[in-house]
Ligand binder design. Structure first.
Ligand code: C2E
Ligand code: MG
Ligand code: MG
Ligand code: MG
Length: 283
């Protein structure tokens, strides 16, 4: 019986592996086709200061299927890590996000633009060239309004070269945010050495702060570390006003999440920004 169970386990394992490989291939295929058909679009999600103004937006990639449905990045994550596609997609995202930021600025709407950078693109030798090229195309967009979001774990893949690239980015006047913070085992030394201005606490910790003391402890710890290092702190995945109130008590005053706004098409942002009233807190 043990033997049979063992064989079944292996058969199951093979199936899991195969399913994963299929998902990787499918993601790459989807993204290749989307690049060819110009079917990649950016949606934008606001980021606000508690009691304060709209600070900026994060650009979030979507694949427009032209049948009224949009695919989120989880369906093509593998393409974001693909040696060729990571750069192609990354260049598209950089260009259209900064272009959009400039269009808003020209309409009198000044927003910081958060742009997600894949680890693959960040560590690619073409990355700085791509950055310079986009800055040359949009010389009128203030660099301090650009914030590159790098997942916490990305620099760990190649720490020396990531540090050099991030320093070069900072030297251009562009900000760096560590995304999904808390999921990648970053040490304090690591934090101290990374030239980043912002920490975005991952939504998996934020979600349960009302019910889980451990998550609450993590958010509290990350917040005081960020404050001690003079870094800005953003909570992601803020789904309710109760979360927002709790975060305020913890000293986190920059918020992003469904409680404020869901991601929306670029065309919806100007009206949303004009109508926005600070999330009112009654405590
Ligand atoms: P991320 O950078 O951490 O982005 C935040 C994700 O959380 C987004 O998912 C957003 O829609 C979602 N979100 C925001 N508020 C809430 C909330 O209150 N509750 C919940 N449950 N979710 C919320 P999305 O758009 O599906 O993107 C997923 C991930 O895909 C992103 O995580 C980012 O890592 C990656 N990604 C998105 N756009 C790009 C891109 O242009 N380039 C690269 N390289 N990666 C991207
Ligand atoms: Mg992000
Ligand atoms: Mg994140
Ligand atoms: Mg995330």
């Amino acid at each position: 019986a043990a033997k049979a169970a063992g064989r079944n386990t292996f058969a199951f394992y093979d199936e899991v592996l195969e399913a994963r490989q299929q998902a990787i291939a499918e993601g790459v295929r989807l993204a290749e086709q989307a690049l060819k058909e110009s079917a990649l679009v950016l949606w934008y999600q606001p980021l606000v200061a508690l009691h304060g103004p709209v600070l900026g937006v994060e650009a979030l990639l979507r694949l427009d299927r032209r049948d009224g449905t949009l695919l989120s990045p989880e369906t093509f994550f593998s393409a974001l890590d693909h040696p060729l596609l990571a750069g192609k997609i990354g260049r598209f995202v950089l260009d259209s996000a900064i272009h959009q930021g400039l269009l808003w600025l020209e309409q009198g709407i000044r927003l910081r633009i958060g742009i997600n950078i894949s680890a693959r693109h960040l560590l690619d030798s073409s990355f700085m060239q791509d950055m310079h090229a986009v800055l040359e195309r949009y010389p009128d967009f203030p660099r301090e309004l650009i914030e590159l979001e790098v997942t916490e774990s990305a620099p760990m893949l190649d720490f020396p070269s990531a540090i050099m690239t991030l320093q070069a980015i900072n030297a251009l006047g562009i900000h760096i945010a560590l995304d999904d913070f808390g999921t990648g085992n970053a040490s304090l030394t690591y934090l101290q050495r990374l030239p980043a201005q912002t920490i975005k606490i991952d939504q998996s910790f934020v979600r349960d702060i009302l019910v889980d003391d451990k998550d609450l402890a993590i958010v509290t710890g990350v917040t005081s570390t960020a404050q001690a290092l003079g870094m800005e702190i953003v909570a992601e995945g803020v789904e309710t006003l109760e979360h927002a109130r709790k975060l305020e008590r913890l000293g986190v005053n920059l918020l992003q999440g469904y409680a404020i706004a869901k991601p929306m098409p670029a065309a919806a942002i100007p009206d949303w920004v004009r109508c926005y009233k600070p999330v009112l807190l009654d405590n």
